[in-house]
Design a binder for this molecule. Structure first.
Ligand code: SAJ
Length: 404
């Protein structure tokens, strides 16, 4: 009954969730290797509970995987939407390719649901003309932006409220009913541009809040105050909710989507731009803190320093835009080489001087910089007790620990 296009971090859980809840689903991806893996009943990435809905979907015979697009009434497009680093505008090429291919096979009156995050106006600018030019004006368009957070995807798929933007409210209600097969959250039906904008606004709000926390971290360090204590106290006010400072903002969403607004509304998106700059400055700030601590402890070479964590946040294996990768880039610019790196979730060597074993990593360093608060670290804190620590995530209570 439905064809999900793009079987990545969003498309795959979504396809499996539909299938596990009784909807016949074809999952399509142009990556043969990925489709092959799924056909062999193996998952390409880890996520709590994903294996359970995978076996539910398979046991009900509701899911098949293919590199081909199927002939269905409803298509759900969950392909990547990167941004052009120069213009800061969304790069809609994957959506355009997907919609073009759908239009070649889809029946009359089919519904195309775009789940991928796009900048406001993208659907009017890039998708609608494809439908018009293909003389298929009876095809319906819907935007149902995803909202799930890696690390807690399945619970969020089931419980988060959703937004459905549609040209035709009747079609919007039909897609709402489809999502109700697994989504217990409130589903609001609106128009497409409102749905596009609200999604980008959500991620920009979080980026601004994190930037505020990061700015406070710098101010408090300068004043000799504990930023975590201050945020804890401020958050006791019933209308204050400040997020946590950290080594920077990574991932493919929060560090990307606000740029869409900056790119499309230069001169208007001022707080959004300032927040992006503050969050992007954090890896450099961590470097400054490292060099202060090196001086204090007479550490003369970066070879004695180790970065714990390569992924963009805890307990996921995703390194896209990760603060650690950003920091390593900055070090190259300073011509500082030799810093050591370790992450329990990254089993292949992706950067220089990367360790695959925690003990070997710790044996070779004096100062460990906690970049990601994986559970592995919290469960093995005793192994860190003889090290000097810079904890950018406020997760370590050992003595000899410096905070951001
Ligand atoms: N971070 C901080 N301090 C915090 C919270 C996060 O420094 O207090 C950092 C994280 O370490 C990470 C980055 O921000 O590097 C982003 O992580 P995240 O957990 O805030 O968000 P994402 O990118 O994994 O997922 C976000 C979510 N959006 C919102 O919460 C508004 C998710 O619901 C969206 O579905 C997702 O973006 C998306 O795909 O758009």
């Amino acid at each position: 009954m439905i064809n999900v296009i793009g079987l990545g971090y969003i498309g795959l859980p979504t396809a499996l969730m539909f299938a596990a809840n009784g909807i016949k689903t074809v999952g399509t991806d142009y990556n043969y290797g990925l489709v092959n893996t799924l056909q062999k009943k193996q998952l390409p990435f880890e996520e709590d509970g994903l294996n359970i809905i995978f076996s539910d979907a398979l046991s009900q015979n509701n899911i098949t995987f293919s590199t081909e697009y199927a002939i269905e009434d409803i298509y759900i497009v969950a392909v990547p939407t990167p941004y052009d680093k120069k213009t800061k505008k969304v790069d809609a090429k994957y959506i355009i390719n997907a919609v073009r291919t759908i239009l070649k096979v889809c029946p009359q009156n089919a519904i195309i649901v775009i789940e991928s995050t796009v900048s406001p106006g993208t659907i009017d600018q890039h998708v609608r003309p494809l439908i018009h030019n293909a003389n298929k004006d009876n095809i319906h368009l819907v935007h149902a932006p995803e909202r799930i957070i890696p690390g807690n995807m399945l619970a969020e798929l089931q419980n988060n409220p959703r937004t459905i933007g549609a040209d035709d409210p009747v079609i919007g209600e039909r897609i709402k009913t489809l999502y109700t097969s697994f989504c217990k959250g409130k589903i609001t039906v609106t128009d497409i541009r409102t749905a596009e904008m609200s999604k980008v606004v959500e991620n920009s709000f979080r980026d601004i809040n994190i930037a505020f926390a990061n700015e406070l971290a710098k101010i408090c360090h300068e004043s000799g105050l504990d930023v975590y204590e201050i945020i804890k106290i401020a958050n006791m006010h019933p209308r204050v909710n400040i997020l946590s400072p950290g080594p920077g903002v990574g991932g493919h969403c929060i560090s990307v989507d606000p740029w869409f607004l900056v790119g499309d509304y230069p001169g208007l998106a001022n707080i959004i731009l300032a927040a992006r700059k503050i969050n992007d400055s954090m890896p450099e700030y961590v470097l400054e803190r490292i060099s202060e601590i090196m001086k204090k402890h007479n550490i003369s070479t970066v070879e004695k320093i180790g970065l714990y964590g390569l992924t963009y946040k805890e307990n996921v294996n995703d390194t896209r835009e990760s603060p650690t990768l950003q920091l390593l880039e900055k070090m190259k610019k300073h011509l500082a080489f030799g810093i050591k790196v370790y992450d329990p979730y990254i089993k292949d060597s992706i950067v220089e001087n990367q360790y695959l074993d925690l003990d070997n990593f710790l044996n070779d360093i004096d100062l460990v910089v906690i970049m990601t608060a994986h559970d592995e670290l919290k469960n093995n804190l005793n192994k860190f007790k003889n090290k000097i620590i810079l904890d950018t995530r406020n997760c370590c209570c050992l003595k000899n620990t410096y905070k951001l």
